[in-house]
Ligand binder design. Sequence first.
Ligand code: GDD
Ligand code: MN
Length: 397
Amino acid sequence: SRKPLWLDDRKGNPSNPKPLYPVLFSLVVPTYNEGSNIHAIVQRLSQLLDAALPNAYELIIVDDDSPDQTWEQAESLIAEYPNLRVMRRQHERGLSTAVIRGWQAAQGEILGVIDGDLQHPPEALMQLLAAMEQGADLAVASRHVDGGGVSSWSASRRFLSRGAQLLGLVLLPQVVSRVSDPMSGYFLVRRGAIAGEVLDPVGYKILIEVLGRGAIAEIAEVGYVFQEREAGESKVTWKQYFDYLQHLLRLRISSGRLGRLGRKLNFPVARFLKFGVVGLSGLAVDMTAFYLLFSVFSFGLTRSAIVAAELAIFNNFIWNDRWTFGDLSQQQPQKRLVIKRFLKFNIICTMGLILNVLLLNLFVNWLNVNPYVGKLMAIAVVTLWNFWINLKLSWRV
Ligand code: GDD
Ligand code: MN
């Protein structure tokens, strides 16, 4: 389930207490099954930072309850590395939210993130920190500037990576074109640039969220070579590509005119658009079923229409429950409630249908509107009705 996250909402504290010394820099290391890398990365980062910022930094491991017990290994390192803090998350998963949870617990004015598998060379931190010191709001380690690159990627992986970047440039040019490597998971950001914003990333690409929602004026880039993994394995699957697309679309909407209007009116624009898409799929189901029942199987007109409409309602319910309101459904996990939601949805949509006919009559017979324009107006009102009442009653926000 997804929830918007504020930086100043400090939940889920690391297992050990916050440091007593003033922290300037907080570096989050998200991990999932990195047991074979954890000691090495903590050692290398500590060595570097002990020299650069003695006792003014903290390392925050955010582990999602890894089956290989990375968190336990990390905790056992605290005795040796006092600037280390460990957060074990048992009720939430995902790279982006792990990073934000780490930042929420962080004390530093400069926040950072680095992979826990040593594919991001720790040495680049020195240049990133220097860039922040010189006034950058965001310092990104990039594979695509001088000194940057990938070690030995296959043509297909390069293609996928560049394809994803291109997609971002098309869908979200103002954001994605601001850095050469928008996919980077290795960067530092000034706390003040993102503290006031609600962060709501999907999946892997936290940098895009920071760029899209933060108040970032000055950006610096530092080249680095993406190392091969020596141990453990990558967690990237096809789902990450899908999440990425969804993330881009969501940022696109919220940064556009519609999104601004929605925020002003406190109306969930993205959710409503999803509801609309589901509604269109319902229209297709309705028409197809009606055709089959009426023309192919020769059922009566009314019976065909009712059965087809009910199938469409069923279709819409399934998609809305899993997608449009998926996060809300997951907050009420008992099976019986699904039936309850479905019955409410059904009743509300049926009332919507009646409303539709009434409005059509009102527009056409009383207000002399053109019947097709009237029909469109009725559909618009009923879609809003179905959305709003279902949001409030069936999925309860
Ligand atoms: N807490 C937590 N929860 N950590 C996670 C999760 C999760 O669900 N999924 C992955 N991680 C951690 C991994 O343990 C690793 O430390 C880091 O996040 C990156 O995951 P990898 O699976 O190793 O990703 P990658 O090597 O393919 O991708 C990296 O390079 C990209 C550049 O192409 C990441 O750094 C991306 O952020 C980066 O964009
Ligand atoms: Mn990796």
